[in-house]
Design a protein around this ligand. Structure first.
Ligand code: PLP
Length: 395
């Protein structure tokens, strides 16, 4: 039997008809950017998370960068994050010319160790950026308490955790501002790149809405006024000259980006969002089945904290003989992956920060022991049973 690490083609049948219909509609209307689907997706996303504002952007990395910009984080500032994540997390921090500061992880959930954050705080620290790695939330009560005590922002990198919960509250609704990715491999994947920023803060929402369109328009004006302590009526209404079509578009108030989600992606995401709970449930079932199957073996399965709802974006366990196990599974037709082979503090791109090996021993150990097994909504019972059987006879 051959088992892929991820096979997205299988879920296409569920949505093929709707996708064809919606894409044809978009071509008929020729509204490709910032149209009805984008607006509706943002509304539906806000409802899904019970959050006040959702702002769609070009991808998850941009979501992080725009969120940092909206919080005014930049040169000289420090942001505490995890060394065990996808590169985009610390990259976004470095991209706004701030410094990523790494606090080691816990070996049970692979998330940032909440008890190692406080010792990293300096006078330059502005924010904490926890990542809900592989679909399980961090201990957000602890992290928010630290942030409150030291007057820091909290930005959730929830790229892998759409639908995950912490104490019955949705990931992404547990901090000042949160970021999601719709990379095709994520639990809610677009047909290309996409991302979303969510927040309950009106100013941050306006700022992100302005940043994604070159700092222009009504939101740009609002942000400009707030940043410069100008009462609303003190500057000319951008739209005062009604002889020009949408003049607000050509008035720019802050330096922004071009980072928008397009209509086709939004339409695809709206269709897939309706299936997300059902698909996440399958991920959770498979993850728990693996955990149950491996609990008495020498493998170390990931711990699911009682108060969390894990969506198992990835199923990653620990094994001392990883490379050997990978080879044996490959011989039996089972694809596996390594998330992640090199922790962030040891990436060449961060040479300039002078982190040494040994700085985050747990992240370093995990990068040598982590093994990801096939997990996706359409993985069949026979396949998951075959994976377990092969793993157990290969260790
Ligand atoms: C995927 C991912 C991102 C980046 O998202 P893109 O849409 O690929 O830019 C950021 N952080 C984490 C933890 C991710 O898994």
């Amino acid at each position: 039997m051959k088992v892929e690490l991820l096979d997205l083609s299988r879920s296409f049948a569920d949505i093929e008809e709707e996708i064809n219909q919606e894409i044809t509609e978009i071509f008929k209307k020729c509204s490709f950017i910032m149209g009805e689907n984008v607006r509706e997706l943002e509304n539906e996303f806000s409802k899904f998370l019970d959050v006040k504002h959702s702002i769609s952007v070009g991808n998850g990395t941009d979501a992080l960068i725009l969120a940092l910009c909206a919080l005014g984080i930049g040169p000289e500032d420090e942001v505490i994050t995890t060394p065990y994540t996808f590169f985009a997390t610390p990259e976004a921090i470095a991209r706004v010319h701030a410094v990523p500061v790494f606090a080691d992880i816990r070996l049970d959930t692979y998330n940032i160790d909440e008890d190692k954050i406080e010792e990293k705080i300096t006078a330059k620290t502005k924010a904490i950026m926890p990542v809900h790695i592989f679909g399980q939330t961090c201990d957000m009560d602890k992290i928010n308490a630290i942030a409150k005590k030291h007057n820091l922002y909290v930005i959730e990198d929830a790229a892998q955790a759409l639908g995950a919960q912490y104490k019955e509250r949705m990931a992404g609704n547990l901090s000042d501002i949160a970021c999601f990715s719709f990379h095709p491999t994520k639990n809610l994947g677009a047909a290309g790149d996409g991302g979303m920023i969510v927040t309950n803060n009106d100013f941050l929402a306006s700022y992100c809405r302005a940043l994604r369109v070159h700092g222009s328009g009504e939101n740009g004006e609002k942000v400009y006024n707030t940043l410069n302590n100008i009462a609303k009526n003190e500057i000319d209404e951008a739209g005062a000259n009604h002889t020009i079509y949408n003049p607000a578009k050509y008035h720019n108030y802050v330096i922004g980006f071009n980072s928008r989600l397009d209509e086709i992606q939004a339409a695809v995401l709206r269709i897939k969002l309706r299936k997300l709970n059902e698909y996440n449930k399958k991920h959770d079932e498979i993850g728990n089945y693996y955990n149950e199957s491996f609990k008495d073996s020498e493998l170390i399965p990931p711990k699911v904290i009682k108060e969390n709802k894990h969506i198992f974006h990835q199923y990653v366990l620990r094994t001392r003989n990883r490379d050997q196990l990978m080879t044996k599974l490959a011989e039996k037709g089972i694809a596996t992956g390594i998330y992640y082979p090199l922790p962030m503090h040891l990436q060449k791109a961060f040479d300039y920060l002078n982190y040494q090996e040994g700085y985050c021993p747990n992240a370093e150990l995990l990068s040598k022991e982590a093994l990801a097994l096939p997990i996706y909504a359409k993985l069949s019972d026979e396949e998951k049973e075959y994976v377990v059987k092969c793993v157990l006879e290969s260790i």
